[in-house]
Design a protein around this ligand. Structure first.
Ligand SMILES: [Fe+2]
Length: 282
């Protein structure tokens, strides 16, 4: 909810409700899907209810799925996702395998496809406003033995905590809060973005803790540092979970990070990812 255009009572009610309703108990955020080939109406309504209030929902498919990629795409469309981001690593539908790729130097340096820690970010922070990633799905085919734990923080909670501490949210809404320089190798032009914006009246956040390839506007250095502190220090509002094989998560592009991981001889971490330009609001 936009603090700038809503009555303070309405905003306070929404913000208090979000903070009081927070849970880090994964069981309360997880829906078991009994028949992988068909989500029941009750399961779907449970999924809708959780993501509507928390912006994150986990799902668990106990039985083996015959064609995982096809089925995950089918689930995503049931969740309301679509208009997927296509990139050099995705298939023609936008599904990407997230795994440690040792093939080229470029792959090694590109952190999502390495075994390194991935710091707090929202997906697509280098996309333009008109091309924003509003939701994403991860499905775990195989976890690593060691590490590869994700942490999540609802971006609406980060916004609420910032507003509780500071009265200058507009500074993080300026259209040139940061610049992503032009990428000559893939032809991506320079991009300027706000951190917080409202898309169809719902909060959208573009953020990365990375220092590389992102130039923060010098006019808002203090505000960015304050926001980074809030994200890193608000342990009470972090969700920590390592997806197991057959489990997935759908989020409205909340802030998230991943710890480093180690593949073992016969166990290579593999997750599928879909990134959508549609918010899952149900
Ligand atoms: Fe991500």
């Amino acid at each position: 909810m936009n603090i700038l255009v809503n009555l303070s009572d309405n905003y306070k009610r929404w913000a208090d409700g979000k903070l009081e309703g927070f849970t880090d108990k994964i069981d309360d955020l997880l829906v078991e899907i009994n028949n992988p080939l068909s989500i029941s109406t009750a399961e779907k309504s449970q999924i809708n209810q959780i993501i509507k209030s928390k912006n994150v929902v986990f799902f668990d498919v106990n039985k083996p799925i015959p064609d995982k990629k096809k089925q995950i795409k089918a689930y995503a469309s049931i969740f309301g996702m679509g208009d997927y981001e296509l990139d050099s690593k995705s298939d023609t539908d936008g599904l990407t395998e997230i795994k440690h790729n040792k093939k080229t130097q470029q792959d090694i340096e590109y952190i999502p496809y390495s075994d390194k820690q991935l710091n707090w970010h929202t997906d697509g922070y280098y996309n333009s406003q008109s091309n924003s990633i509003l939701s994403w799905l991860l499905y775990c085919v195989c976890p690593s033995d060691d590490g590869g734990i994700n942490k999540y923080m609802d971006h609406e909670i980060a916004y609420i905590l910032y507003n509780k501490n500071y009265q200058n949210i507009t500074k993080l809404m300026i259209p040139d809060s940061y610049i992503i320089p032009e990428n000559k190798s893939n032809g991506r032009p320079e991009v300027k973005n706000p951190v917080f914006s409202f898309v169809n009246n719902r909060l959208n956040m573009k953020f990365s803790m990375r220092e590389k390839n992102i130039i923060w506007n010098e006019k808002i250095t203090e505000e960015i540092n304050n926001l980074k502190n809030i994200i890193e220090s608000s342990h009470d509002y972090h969700l920590t979970y390592k997806l197991q094989a057959g489990q997935g998560v759908v989020t409205n592009n909340v802030i998230h990070m991943r710890t480093a991981f180690t593949n073992s001889k016969n166990k290579n971490r593999l997750l599928y990812r879909l990134r959508s330009k549609i918010r899952v609001s149900c």
